[in-house]
Design a protein around this ligand. Structure first.
Ligand code: NZQ
Ligand code: ZN
Length: 387
């Protein structure tokens, strides 16, 4: 059954090969000064920067550039962007890039006019956003996080070695997002598969919770199958538009909150990965792929029926007279094999983790959710397993 819920998502999506044509019309709704935010330069190499700046010029905007946003954006970078916003009275922040750029821009949006320390207020105490915010919009170039249509903003504070995620309310979501699957063709394979691991993890984090057999579970199974079917095609031919467009939209739907309605949701794999990221700066999706098999081999015992359903519905495993536990384990083996076949990370050692880091990561991980709330010792056990 479905519990009562309210669903609202204000982000307008322009999807497809001609999606950029919508930018000029969208810009008309905002003031004159646009902050063009981007990463370390990929958009200058693949031509997206030229396309966007041409449209900004045609629309008569004053453009302030905020560049160099790094993967796993830092709070220092957020403060730099916030200063630029205040100095130039920015009317719109246009994030052109992946989850890191978009997350950083949402963080800049809420931080620019925040009185006091925004990190403590928003990423530690999770207080309501009561100060002026600056609208954010995005042109997506890297697929995975769903940041283009949600309120998520994950920021690393290097001073305290914490990578904290905050889900902001709909007023902070991008006002519009432009999604052209062709823009993702230039992604290095490593980033493409990292993003795919992230999508699958978002779907599993929502799926493995509650046992209510509702429409959300069916949607999640369908999306997982779509991602698993599309991945080898995208690996074989990165310009396979059908595969890339399916992966792109699956990523958005996977975390625009629609598949999570009436689910408790887990997110413990993400919490562990975020702290792994704080210590190693690894690619988010690769961290998730490396942790997931160890985590699920620990967790399936608390919900064998649901894990057996996953094996059967997502990977087509047959019961063949076996117990749910046996079927569940085959499902997790198949998941791990999918990660290997898709060239995703299979251990955290290869992502820069050292044995000394493991207790530090375990002790700083925020846990709670899913079928069983982990203790720090259990997180450590999972990390050793994933090492
Ligand atoms: O910096 P540039 O030069 O732009 O290069 C980027 C970056 O190195 C490159 N790239 C992006 N588009 C490209 C491209 N290279 C060639 N062609 C293109 N079209 O890809 C690299 C990775 O980009 P990044 O934005 O870091 O990746 P991703 O989208 O995976 O974002 C990861 C961040 O999002 C957070 C993660 O924790 C991490 O900090 N997350 C955000 C979430 C949310 N907002 O809801 C949820 C997620 O679970 C996640 O935690
Ligand atoms: Zn994620």
């Amino acid at each position: 059954m479905l519990y009562d819920f309210t669903f609202y998502n204000p982000t307008r999506i322009h999807f497809g090969k001609n999606a950029m044509q919508a930018l000029k019309g969208e810009l008309a709704s905002f003031g004159d000064t646009v902050m063009l935010a981007y990463g370390k330069g990929a958009i200058k190499k693949n031509g997206i920067y030229d396309e966007v700046t041409k449209t900004l010029q045609e629309a008569g905007k004053t453009v302030i550039e905020f560049s160099g946003i790094m993967p796993n954006p830092t709070y220092k970078k957020v403060l730099e962007g916030a200063q630029l916003v205040r100095d130039n009275n920015v009317d719109l922040i246009l994030a052109v890039g992946g989850g890191s750029t978009i997350d950083c821009c949402k963080a800049v949006s809420v931080t620019a006019y925040c009185e006091g320390d925004a990190w403590t207020k928003y990423w530690v105490n999770e207080e309501d956003v009561d100060n002026k915010i600056v609208p954010v919009a995005s042109v997506l170039t890297m697929v995975g996080t769903g940041s283009e249509m949600n309120g998520g903003s994950v920021v690393t504070n290097e001073d305290v070695m914490l990578k904290n995620g905050r889900v902001f309310p709909p007023k902070v979501y991008p006002k519009f997002s432009i999604l052209n699957p062709e823009y993702t063709y230039t992604l290095p394979e490593y980033q493409m598969v990292s993003g795919i691991a992230d999508i699958l993890s978002h779907l599993m984090e929502q799926y493995f919770s509650g046992d209510d057999n509702n429409v959300s579970d069916y949607l999640l199974e369908a999306l997982m199958r779509c991602v698993i079917d599309s991945t080898p095609k995208a690996l074989e031919n990165p310009k396979d538009y059908e595969a890339r467009s399916n992966i792109m939209w699956a990523a958005t739907v996977a975390l625009n909150t629609i598949t999570g309605v009436s689910k408790m949701q887990d997110w413990q794999v993400h919490m562990i990965e975020h702290q792994l990221g704080a210590y190693t700066d690894c690619a988010h999706g690769m961290g998730l792929a490396a942790i997931s098999p160890a985590y699920y081999r620990f967790m399936y015992k608390f919900a064998p029926e649901k894990f057996a359903r996953f094996a059967k519905k997502v990977f087509g495993v047959h019961q063949n007279g076996r117990t749910d536990e046996q079927v569940a384990l085959e499902g997790i083996d198949r998941l791990e094999q999918f990660f290997k076949d898709s060239k995703m990370a299979t251990n955290i050692h290869s992502l820069g983790a050292t044995e000394e880091m493991l207790p530090l990561i375990a002790n700083s991980t925020i846990v709670g959710g899913g079928y069983h709330d982990l203790t720090a010792d259990e997180v450590l056990g999972i990390l050793k397993e994933a090492f």
